[in-house]
Design a protein around this ligand. Structure first.
Ligand code: PBG
Length: 332
């Protein structure tokens, strides 16, 4: 659709910007609390809320505090919370067995949230990196990240999370064939209504740095993730990955990181018209917070502007560490 514009002065495009009322009437996109998924970090212990130094304002919470945070999120109108475990180094092994332990941190947190009354969707992360001795998302043998063997582990992990009560499974590992394997395993086990939000187009990015600190994976990671995460130079490949994951049974898809990849979000939404999400990752969050703390930008303005940009690009929602702060503002 091509916009028609009358010649000046019949058309003065500033007319529709003249007051807050008129601007509100013609605004094309809106940000609401329904657009937010809140990623949170879980740690061991009780009554603990510990700041993450590379992500000002973000906490690692013990399971009891995670349940409280979920209640708080629900009260703010945030529809979903996404769990990331900070796993003790002693539980990281080569076979990553802690990943499908029914009583691991993540699964305990899911159960704790499901025990408190609020009805908030719980999303999980499926990848081996929190449990892997070498920090990779898949099994490593002789320096190679193995695909098919990793999938078997990811399926076990998925089933343990679904069993614990997860509503949305979030595979972030970028192995080939994992969505189909997870979908059939979920169906076979009777978890018919568990959604898969696939990290379909996940780039090998420098923006994940603070997250790896938050989950205690920075020290562990040997090498980089370029043999499974995408090359930042590629866009067509993202379309193939999205289409592939949808065909294998993903209900929703994700582009990650966010702001630097809005062209991909736009392309995905206009091509597939499928529920599309972006992850405003730790590095994006840290950059905004750092500049705001230095007084170089108005943090609140930039936060809301960055989230609106995802809506404009066509996203149905955003995973953002700013979720509670944003919801508070949107709720007035
Ligand atoms: C792990 C995972 C990562 C993130 C989400 N899941 C890090 C990585 O792939 O190294 C990054 C999130 C963020 O930076 O906020 N598979």
């Amino acid at each position: 659709m091509k916009p028609t514009v009358a010649p000046f002065p019949a058309a003065r495009l500033r007319r529709t910007r003249v007051s807050p009322a008129i601007r509100g009437l013609v605004r094309e996109n809106t940000l609401t609390t329904d657009d937010l998924i809140w990623p949170v970090f879980v740690r061991d212990g009780e009554g603990i809320e510990e700041p993450v130094s590379s992500m000002p304002g973000v906490l690692r919470r013990s399971v009891d505090k995670i349940a409280e945070a979920a209640c708080e999120a629900q009260a703010l109108g945030i529809p979903a919370i996404c769990l990331f475990p900070y796993t003790d180094a002693s539980l990281k092994t080569e076979d990553c067995a802690e990943a499908w332990n029914p009583d691991n941190l993540c699964n305990r947190a899911i159960r704790a949230i499901k025990q408190v009354p609020p009805d908030i969707a719980v999303m999980t992360d499926v990848a081996l990196d929190p449990y892997n001795i070498n920090g990779h998302d898949g099994y490593v043998v002789n320096g190679e990240i193995l695909n098919d063997e990793t999938i078997e582990a990811l399926v076990k992990m998925t089933l343990a999370q679904a069993e614990a009560g997860a509503d949305i499974i979030g595979p972030s590992d970028m192995m080939d064939g994992r969505i189909g394997a997870m979908r059939s395993a979920l169906e076979a086990a009777g978890h018919r209504n568990v959604s898969i939000l696939s990290y379909s187009a996940k780039y090998a990015s420098g923006y994940y740095g603070p997250f790896r600190d938050a989950v205690g994976a920075s020290g562990a990671l040997q090498g980089d993730k370029k043999t499974y995460q995408m090359d930042p130079g590629n866009s067509d490949e993202a379309m193939r990955l999205i289409e592939r994951d949808l065909r294998e049974g993903a209900d929703m898809v994700m582009v990650k990181p966010g702001i630097a990849y809005l062209d991909i979000c736009y392309r995905v939404k206009s091509t597939f018209g499928t529920p599309t999400f972006a992850y405003q990752v730790s590095g994006e969050y840290a950059m905004i917070q750092a500049a705001a703390q230095n007084g170089w930008i108005d943090g609140e303005k930039v936060m809301l502007e960055s989230l609106m940009a995802f809506k404009r690009a066509g996203c149905d929602g955003v995973l953002t560490y700013f979720a509670p702060e944003t919801a508070r503002i949107l709720n007035g």
